[in-house]
Design a protein around this ligand. Structure first.
Ligand code: ADE
Length: 249
C-alpha cells in the first residue's frame, strides 16, 4: 500500500492529529518518534522532525529509507514575503529554494553547488489533490472555528496561494532582511525553515512531496506576536481539516 510521510517541524503544528491515528506503532529512531498507523484509512508515518533544514533533511531520509514512504507532506506555518498574503492565508509551494545557500562568486546565489539547481518543483498530482483539499477546507472553515477566534485572527476571507517558498535556518523577523530577499526573488511568497530541504532530498529520490504553509506572521518586527497561540489554535486545526479532506477524497 501507499504510505504517506507526514512531517512537522514544531509540536504545536501537529497538535491534535495523533489522536486520529489508528493501529498506532511508535518507532524511536535517531531521537525521534516515528508514529506509524492509519489516518482515515490511509497508511501514514507521522514525525516531529524539529526545526531547520538539517532536521528536515535527516528526517526525510529516515522516512524514505526506513519506512519506504511513497510520498511526503509537510504542513506548518510560514512568514509572508508578499504584502498580498495575510495571516491565516494558506500557501502551497509549487517551487522551493534555500535562501541561505550562497556559494557566490563560485556559483550563482541560491544555487546548490554542482547541481545546477536552485529551485525544486513540487509533484503535480499530489499538488493538485492538496489544492482541492485546501479549497474544500476554506469553503467550510468558518464551521471549524469560534466567532471569537475568527475575529481575533481575522480569518473571514482566507485565500489559497500557489508559488515560491524559500527556506533557511533563520526565523525572519526584520523587514530589511525580508525586503532584500524579496528583491532578489520577486516571486517569493513565504519564508520558513524546512520545505526546501525536504524538497531537495525528495528530488534526489524521485519522491512526490508537497509543502503546505499557513501564514502566521509577516516576517517583520511583529513576527513573534501571538506566534504560538496562532500555530496551536489556527494552523494545527487547518492541517487536520485539510488532511482529512485529502485522505477522504
Ligand atoms: N515560520 C513561521 N514564520 C516564520 C518566519 N518569519 N521566518 C522563518 N520561518 C517562519
Amino acid at each position: 500500500p501507499n504510505t504517506t510521510g507526514l512531517i512537522f517541524a514544531m509540536r504545536e503544528e501537529q497538535e491534535g492529529l495523533e489522536a486520529f491515528i489508528q493501529h498506532k506503532k511508535v518507532h524511536r529512531i535517531a531521537k525521534r518518534d516515528f508514529i506509524q498507523g492509519e489516518l482515515w484509512g490511509h497508511p501514514v508515518v507521522m514525525v516531529l522532525a524539529g526545526i531547520g533544514k538539517v532536521a528536515a533533511a535527516s528526517t526525510t531520509n529516515q522516512l524514505i529509507h526506513h519506512f519506504q514512504v511513497n510520498q511526503l507532506i509537510l504542513s506548518g506555518v510560514a512568514g509572508a514575503a508578499d504584502p498580498f498574503l495575510k495571516v491565516g492565508d494558506i500557501v502551497i509551494a509549487d517551487a522551493l529554494l534555500q535562501h541561505d545557500m550562497d556559494a557566490s562568486p563560485l556559483f550563482p546565489r541560491f544555487e546548490i553547488p554542482l547541481s545546477g539547481k536552485s529551485r525544486f518543483f513540487a509533484h503535480k498530482n499530489l499538488h493538485k489533490e492538496l489544492q482541492n483539499a485546501i479549497a474544500q477546507f476554506i469553503q467550510v472553515m468558518q464551521e471549524h472555528f469560534s466567532a471569537s477566534l475568527i475575529a481575533e485572527f481575522q480569518l473571514q476571507n482566507v485565500k489559497l496561494h500557489t508559488g515560491l517558498i524559500a527556506s533557511g535556518d533563520q526565523f525572519i523577523h526584520d523587514s530589511k532582511v525580508l525586503k532584500e530577499l524579496k528583491q532578489a526573488l520577486p516571486d517569493l511568497l513565504a519564508v520558513e525553515m524546512e520545505g526546501a530541504a525536504i524538497a531537495q532530498v525528495c528530488e534526489e529520490h524521485d519522491l512526490a512531496f508537497a509543502i503546505l504553509r499557513t501564514i502566521s506572521d509577516s516576517a517583520d518586527e511583529t513576527a513573534h506576536v501571538d506566534f504560538l497561540s496562532f500555530v496551536k489554535n489556527v494552523a494545527a486545526p487547518y492541517t487536520l481539516g485539510i488532511l482529512k479532506n485529502y485522505f477522504e477524497n
